[in-house]
Design a protein around this ligand. Structure first.
Ligand code: FES
Length: 80
């Protein structure tokens, strides 16, 4: 699974850095290092509703530290 977290300027201002860290710890906690490839991406085209992330071909926007666990369960844990 490929996960890209947008670090374009708009998403950066909305907290991409926190999302990358949450993503890293979620991957480690669930021992998904071999299954998930995490990287940063530049603008994913949904700047008005950041933070945007891309999981394989799907773009998910509006990711925040508050809803992160829900996003992680729905799009990562249930799909690996
Ligand atoms: S800056 Fe993240 S979608 Fe544009």
């Amino acid at each position: 699974m490929e996960i890209r977290v947008c670090i374009g300027s708009s998403c950066h201002l909305r907290g991409s850095y926190d999302i990358i860290n949450l993503m890293k710890s979620g991957i480690e906690k669930n021992n998904l290092e071999d299954k998930v490839n995490l990287a940063a991406a530049f603008c994913l085209g949904k700047c008005g509703d950041g933070v945007s992330i891309k999981i394989d071909e799907q773009v998910i926007s509006g990711v925040t530290a508050e809803n992160f666990n829900e996003v992680f369960d729905t799009y990562v844990l249930s799909a690996v």
